[in-house]
Design a protein around this ligand. Sequence first.
Ligand code: SF4
Length: 154
Amino acid sequence: MNYLQYYPVDVVNGEGTRCTLFVSGCTHYCKGCYNQKSWSFDAGILFDSEMEQQIINDLNDSRIKRQGLTLSGGDPLHPRNIEVLLPLVKRVKSECKGKDIWVWTGYKLAELDEYQRQMLPYIDVLIDGKFIQEQSDPSLIWRGSANQIIHYLK
Ligand code: SF4
């Protein structure tokens, strides 16, 4: 899996101060997508074990307290990204006590298959659905368009 950006300190992608990872690869191709360069799975740089460890270290850094980890993209729940992200979210939940995980995906919760659903036990908040330009509303919190739903899974 590749990723486009990693912000070790982020206050705009979920509640509180967070670590945020924007992964590469998305096949929803929404009209008006805010980040079309994220569609390619080859964009960005390789997510390796060092990057995984950095996220764990940042979440446990007591100098800047983080509420949790945000995964966005691209699409973190695209099947091609789960092989790498599943071990990451498992580590966060076992090694970073009390940290929450927020995930943005273009899939609807109900349409996730069994493979994708392996991620759900580790996700606290899931914002689902494609961006639909006709339903775009800048006043919405955490969402770009009104069709998207914030699922508080915990
Ligand atoms: S799901 Fe998100 S990243 Fe993917 S095309 Fe739609 S807006 Fe862009």
